[in-house]
Ligand binder design. Sequence first.
Ligand code: HEC
Length: 158
Amino acid sequence: MPALGGRGLGEFFATIIGTFALITGSYIVPMRTLAILTLAAAASSASAASEAAEKAYQTDIAPIFETSCIGCHGKDGKKPKGGFNMTSLAKIEEGFGKAKKPAIIWGDAAKSPLYTSAELGISKPDDELAMPPGDKEGRKPLNKEQLEKLKAFINSNK
Ligand code: HEC
């Protein structure tokens, strides 16, 4: 009787442990996969612009900003207006204002304040979000061609 009871108990525990291992096994693996995927996603979205974007920025975009925007957004170490530093692509990607809202939504120029503000600067200079601001003497808004370049830059890069 004790021998039988012992085996029964042993089997009982083996079953419990087995079931536990099964549950934790099938639970832990997906959890770990999920954690890895989440980390990977976070890393890729937080990473700086790609090399291609940086190159395109230097050749196509920086000269435009130099003429139309930099005067108020960080030139010569001056405090940038609106908390928006435009002296490099990395700075631009840090965002604007106290909350550091994103200025670029890669792939979506229409949702990117960097683009929409410049677009308003041409189409609706009196809008309070227009850049350069409409009431500024000697403002140099983008021309249509520059605006298209900016749009393509945001839409075709990461
Ligand atoms: C004459 C100065 C001046 C120039 C030039 C200028 N800005 Fe601005 N910018 C400002 C000021 C002032 C603010 C803050 C506005 C506010 O907070 O209401 C601002 C804020 C911004 C913001 C944040 C908008 C928001 O919703 O708070 C963006 C984006 C921006 N500028 C983009 C540009 C771009 C792009 C250019 C060039 C095409 C440009 N700015 C040129 C003065 C300027």
